[in-house]
Every structure is written in structure tokens, then in C-alpha cells.
Ligand binder design. Structure first.
Ligand SMILES: Nc1ncnc2c1ncn2[C@@H]1O[C@H](COP(=O)(O)OP(=O)(O)OP(=O)(O)O)[C@@H](O)[C@H]1O
Length: 673
């Protein structure tokens, strides 16, 4: 975004020119002329911007209807307001394009954007752009570039970002990029780089920006050592690759293979003595000798490995094995939980070791604390023996599904941003969570306390989350959620929330992290809230970044959250459930500027509702069923009333629940008639 100073500086250019050409006789005339020139200049700039954007639009496929209001009858910007959809303005200038979720295809005509001097941010996320990476270098002043969730493919040239030294955020996740990660991405100002879920190969370049906060290359085909500056990132940022090694992953890297020109020295003349001309000549003449050397080295290595294996076997049979035995069929990602758990074991401090069966001197796992009496207990070793897979990585860290030997499926969630709370306070809070009991809450049943990280253990829920059910692929066998299911889910969520509010009246925001991936669905599509009531133990410096509640308008405006903040999160959940529109990226850390984007997301739904109330609903529901439609509309009204920025106008939870229950009663009546 251009600063006022930048814009002023830009205005000054024509002023200097004009002052030189005007005589100094009358300063008044000068000022008038300057102002006139200035306004001509601004008008000119507006026209340029219109032209540039219309040229850009003409290169797109499917631009109408989403960009239908892009036309020259009105300038793209008035002050800080964008008159054209997706155009971000400052002081009358275009500083960004945010063309997301529009099903856009075709070419991105970078050249046409060159004449927008203050363009700093571009987002084309969640569209259908295909083909190779456009050449952005002509937009050298760009600060953020969001291309995630498209179909871009092929390799990216090494110098694709050369000279773009202002880049702070680059998001290219969920495309089909191949080849190496371009080294030109090493912008010194980089804060965020997201490349996950592509097909990048080779090594990770040494990206070393001091500002880097978000980095993700998971689910590519990368290999080799993780560069040292990136070792401070979370391990989940590197999962699902071909063969990455080093910190923060558990796997150590192999020592580097000696360069080929050193090989002739092995077992021959000492490395320090330079090869004689005679020796060199004889080596060149004797490939057979080379082959013998290579074979002996390979045989030697084979023997060493064999000896190591024999030693490990006899060693292991003498003492219990720590960590899961990784069967050869497990892929890298699945075995990672064992690595994670092993990390917990090896660094557990002695006072936490479960005592009863511990033999002196043996390494023991940390002790799991169980918070419910109605569950059978097991220890961390059982967990480590479990087969495991990564479910995903959220704002806190990764979550793993682990199936115990007896077939019980669990979810282990790692939390790293909970290390500022005193140990006893943490235990007390976990016990408090353990006492909560409601049909719409997923119960916490065990946890592990370590200073640097915490593990929380829950039941695995087979039907997935509301998010995956809403936004995943649907087919005849797996249809989308029906209206009745959605209503049942919303009602259950409201009841779970109301229970938390009643049970925890002293908490400012009793849930604090409500979003569709934190609502799981049991076999009967009853919702189960998870990740609730974590606010009191999350590091206060990170709550804003991590918890959804802290992305609310009131937090942005007043730095405070309140009970109605949960209602705001609930309102968004209702709108997402009814429209099927993806909101996750607006709530996620990083990609996208939060406040304005989310407000726009809500407003777009409100506007769509007023122009065509059927259009706004997810087509997967029975939108043409005349008996359901009034109910859907009523629920939508409630959702909107929960999303009001103004706290006085926003429903309180009790009222929202009451109104939602009425929707269901009408539904039952309707169906009976
Ligand atoms: N108990 C569970 N049973 C089944 N799936 C689960 C369970 N817990 C989490 N998941 C799913 O695993 C995935 C990762 O969850 P995780 O909680 O780590 O991230 P998130 O919900 O996306 O973000 P956040 O960390 O902000 O809560 C999500 O799709 C979530 O719905």
C-alpha cells in the first residue's frame, strides 16, 4: 500500500516541472496552476488505471459476470474506496487487486499492470488459472503475491523473482508447480512463504530472511538437508516430502558424499600427496582398477551396515524399544508421529517419568495425565507403538491420528504456543476441561505436559469435520450435507456453545476458537466442538495470530474480546454452512489481509441474499424445496444477526439459540403437514 508520503511524492513530480515553466511574477497564479495540473494529473492517472485494468480484464476468461462492474463509466477508485470489485485503493490509486474465488481462467497479463505505479498486492487465490508461472519481475515493487489454490503448473525459472526485493508474502500453495524452488525467492523482507501441496523437487534453497514467520513446503517432493535458518520452523512445515533431513525433522542427514575427484585417493596414495603424473596416467588407463576400488568400497559399506544391524538387534533384545517400530510399509508422513513421539520421549525430564515399571537407568516416556475416569488408560509407549498418520497442521501445530494396538483410534494434537503458563495452572486448566461434559463437545481425555510443548489426546471422529464435509468433493455415493443435517449441526453447535458459556462464566470468551474445521461430525452428523477453551493457556503474545476469536472486529477495533465474540464466530460458521463458501483462508494466519477481507466476505453474502435469496445458498442443499426455503432464509437472518460488527446489534448467544430452535420447530411442523 502506498503511504501518504509516497503518494505525495508522486504528486510532486508534475508540480516541480510546472514551477520551472511558470514565471515567478505571481505566487497565487502558480498555486492555481499547480492545483490544476495536479487535478489533471490525478484524472490522467485514473484514466490510465481504468485503461490498464480493462486491458488486464480482457486477457481473462470468465471475467464476466464476476468483474461485470469493471467499466469505464466510473473510475476504479474514489479516495480509499474501490468502485470496481476486487480493486483495492488508497488516495485514489490502485494499490491492490484481490480477485479471489471467481473461477477466473486465462492469462494474467502482467504487462497491463505495469502502468499502475502503486500496485503492491495481488491476489488470485482460489481460481482456475493454469499454465506456467507469469513473469512478475516487471512489478518489481510488489509486496505480496497470492496464487494459492489454482492449477498453475510446470517449473518456475530460477530468476523468476529476481529484483523483487520488496516481497514480503508469497503464497503459491495448492498448485502443480514442479522443478526447483527458485533461489530468487530469497527476498530479504520475506515474512511468509507458502509452497505446500505442489510437486517441487530438489533441495530447499537457503532462504534466510530474518523476518520469516510463516514457511511451509509440506507435501512436495523435496529432498536433502533443511537449511539452517529454517530449522527454527515447525516440523509440520516440512512433512510429506521425499527425503528432507535435519532439524526440525527427526531424521539426521547422511554425511556428504566425497566429490568424485577425491575417489582415486581411497586406499591408494595418501590424500595429502598430490597425484604424480605417472599415477594419473595409469589411473586414466585403468578403468578396471577404478571398478575394483568402487566394488571394495561398496562391499565395505555393506559389511559395516550388516554389523550395525546385528549389533542393534542384539542390543534391542536386551531392553524395551522406545518409539514405534516402523514397518516398511509406512510412508514418511505416517512414520513422522513416531519421530515426534520419540522426540518427546528422549527429552522428557526425569521427574515426569511414570514410575511404577521403570527400571533404573532406562529411558522412559513422559507420563500421560488422564482427565476422565470413564476411559481406559494407556501410557505414552502404547501411543508410540500405534500406527499413525498426519491429519493436518493447523495454527497450533500438527495433529496425528494414532491407532492403538487394540484398534482404538485417537487424535494427538501438539501445541507449542502454550509454554508461558505455569505448570500447575496448566494442569488445573486441563482438569477443568476434563470435567466438561456435553453431547456436543469432543471430550479431552488425556494430555502430556512438557515445558516446551503439550500433547492433547482426543477420540478420533470418523466422519471428519464440518469443513471437510462442506468443502470436500461430493459424489452420488458421498452427497453433500442436506439441509436437515446442516440445521441439526448448527443447533448442536449452539447448544455446545451455550453449555460452555454456562459452565465457564468467568471466562471472557468461553470457546474462543470456533470454526468449521473445529466442528467434528459423529456418525449421526451430530456436531462435536473441539479446540475449545484454550485461550487461558495459549501464550498471550500469540493469541491474536492463532485463535479465531482474536480475529473479530471488536478485537481489531478495541483490542478486546467478549462473550459475544463467540457469537460472531458462530455467525460466520452459520453463513459458511448455509452458503458453502470457503472462509478458512480469511480466518487463517497469514495469506490475506484479515479485517477488510472478512467483512467483505460477510457483506457479499448479505448483498447476494438481498438480490437473489435462492442464489446465496449452497446448491448442494435442497434449495428448490419450497418447504425448506423459508427455514433456510430464517437461519441465514440469524447468521447475519450474529455477525454484526456492532456489539449492541449482535445477538447474544441465548437469543441466537432460542431463534435457531424455533427454526427447527417450524421444520418439524412443515414436514408433518
Ligand atoms: N478428533 C479428530 N477426529 C477427526 N479429525 C480431526 C480430529 N481433530 C482434528 N481433526 C482434523 O484434523 C485436521 C487438522 O486439525 P488441527 O486441529 O490440527 O487443525 P485446524 O483445525 O485446521 O486448525 P487449528 O489448529 O487452528 O485448530 C483438521 O481437518 C481437523 O478437522
Amino acid at each position: 500500500m502506498p503511504t501518504g508520503a509516497q503518494v505525495a511524492a508522486y504528486h510532486v513530480r508534475p508540480r516541480r516541472l510546472s514551477t520551472t515553466s511558470i514565471s515567478s511574477s505571481s505566487s497565487m497564479i502558480t498555486i492555481l496552476l499547480v492545483l490544476q495540473l495536479l487535478s489533471l494529473y490525478v484524472l490522467g492517472a485514473q484514466e490510465n488505471a481504468s485503461e490498464a485494468l480493462l486491458k488486464f480484464k480482457s486477457s481473462l476468461a470468465n471475467a464476466d459476470p464476476p468483474l461485470a462492474d469493471w467499466n469505464s463509466s466510473i473510475p476504479p477508485c474514489s479516495g480509499n474506496n474501490g468502485n470496481w470489485v476486487g480493486v483495492l485503493c488508497f488516495n485514489g490509486y490502485v494499490w491492490g487487486l484481490q480477485l479471489e474465488n471467481m473461477n477466473l481462467q486465462g492469462q494474467i497479463d502482467v504487462n497491463s499492470l505495469v502502468s499502475l505505479p502503486f500496485l503492491r498486492t495481488l491476489s488470485f487465490m482460489n481460481n482456475n488459472f493454469e499454465g506456467t508461472m507469469p513473469d512478475w519481475r516487471k512489478l518489481g515493487a510488489l509486496k505480496s503475491l497470492y496464487l494459492s489454490n489454482n492449477q498453475f503448473s510446470g517449473p518456475i525459472r530460477e530468476d523468476a523473482f529476481k529484483g523483487m526485493t520488496s516481497l514480503k508474502k508469497v503464497c503459491m500453495a495448492n498448485n502443480k508447480f514442479t522443478g526447483n524452488i527458485p533461489t530468487s525467492l530469497e527476498s530479504p523482507k520475506l515474512i511468509e512463504l507458502r509452497l505446500e501441496n505442489n510437486q517441487f523437487t530438489g533441495n530447499i534453497p537457503a532462504i534466510s530472511s530474518d523476518h520469516l514467520k510463516v514457511f511451509n513446503v509440506s507435501n512436495n517432493q523435496l529432498e536433502g538437508p533443511i537449511p539452517a535458518p529454517l530449522s527454527k520452523m515447525d516440523a509440520s512445515s516440512f512433512l510429506g516430502n521425499k527425503a528432507l533431513c535435519g532439524k526440525p525433522l527427526g531424521s539426521a542427514c547422511d554425511p556428504p558424499i566425497p566429490p568424485p575427484d577425491l575417489e582415486p585417493f581411497i586406499g591408494d596414495s595418501p590424500p595429502s600427496s598430490p597425484p604424480t603424473v605417472a599415477a594419473t596416467t595409469s589411473e586414466q588407463k585403468s578403468p578396471a582398477r577404478m571398478a575394483i576400488i568402487i566394488i571394495s568400497v561398496v562391499l565395505g559399506l555393506f559389511l559395516i551396515i550388516l554389523l550395525l544391524l546385528i549389533y542393534r538387534r542384539s542390543h534391542n533384545s536386551q531392553r524395551p524399544q522406545l518409539g514405534r517400530e516402523v514397518s516398511p510399509s509406512y510412508d514418511d508422513e505416517k512414520s513422522h508421529v513416531a519421530v515426534a513421539a520419540a522426540a518427546v520421549v528422549t527429552s522428557t525430564n526425569a521427574s515426569e517419568i511414570s514410575g511404577s515399571s521403570a527400571k533404573k537407568g532406562e529411558q522412559q516416556p513422559g507420563k500421560l495425565s488422564f482427565v476422565r475416569d470413564d476411559r481406559h488408560k494407556f501410557d505414552l509407549q502404547d501411543l508410540m507403538r500405534a500406527s499413525a498418520e498426519v491429519l493436518g497442521s493447523g495454527n497450533f501445530g500438527a495433529s496425528y491420528k494414532a491407532v492403538l494396538v487394540d484398534g482404538e483410534a485417537l487424535v494427538v494434537k501438539r501445541f507449542k504456543q502454550m509454554n508461558n503458563v505455569a505448570k500447575e495452572d496448566f494442569h488445573e486448566h486441563m482438569r477443568r476441561l476434563g470435567r466438561l461434559k456435553h453431547p456436543n463437545l469432543l471430550p479431552l481425555f488425556a494430555y502430556l505436559y512438557r515445558k516446551e510443548e503439550k500433547l492433547l489426546v482426543f477420540d478420533y471422529v470418523y466422519n471428519g469435520s464440518l469443513a471437510t464435509n462442506l468443502h470436500g468433493k461430493h459424489s452420488a455415493e458421498q452427497p453433500g450435507l442436506s439441509w436437515a443435517s446442516r440445521l441439526k449441526i448448527i443447533k448442536g453447535v449452539a447448544k455446545g456453545l451455550a453449555y460452555l458459556h454456562n459452565e465457564l462464566p468467568s471466562l471472557t470468551v468461553p470457546h474462543g476458537h470456533l470454526k468449521s474445521s473445529n466442528v467434528l461430525l459423529d456418525n449421526n452428523f451430530n456436531p462435536l466442538l473441539m479446540d475449545y477453551t484454550l485461550g487461558p493457556v495459549v501464550n498471550s503474545s500469540q493469541v491474536h495470530q492463532i485463535l479465531v476469536a482474536y480475529k473479530s472486529p471488536e478485537y481489531e477495533q478495541t483490542d478486546r474480546v467478549c462473550k459475544k465474540t463467540d457469537v460472531w464466530c458462530f455467525g460466520i460458521l452459520i453463513l459458511e454452512t448455509l452458503t458453502g463458501k470457503l472462509v478458512a483462508k480469511y480466518l487463517a494466519q497469514g495469506c490475506g489481509q484479515y479485517g477488510a477481507d472478512l467483512a467483505r466476505w460477510i457483506n457479499a453474502i448479505v448483498q447476494e441474499k438481498s438480490t437473489n435469496s435462492t442464489q446465496v445458498f449452497d446448491k448442494e442443499m435442497e434449495i428448490n424445496n419450497e418447504r425448506c426455503k423459508p427455514e433456510m432464509e430464517k437461519l441465514l437472518e440469524i447468521g447475519i444477526a450474529c455477525c454484526q460488527e456492532n456489539l449492541d446489534q449482535r445477538l447474544d448467544l441465548e437469543e441466537a439459540l432460542k431463534q435457531i430452535e424455533q427454526v427447527q420447530e417450524w421444520s418439524a411442523d412443515d414436514l408433518r403437514n
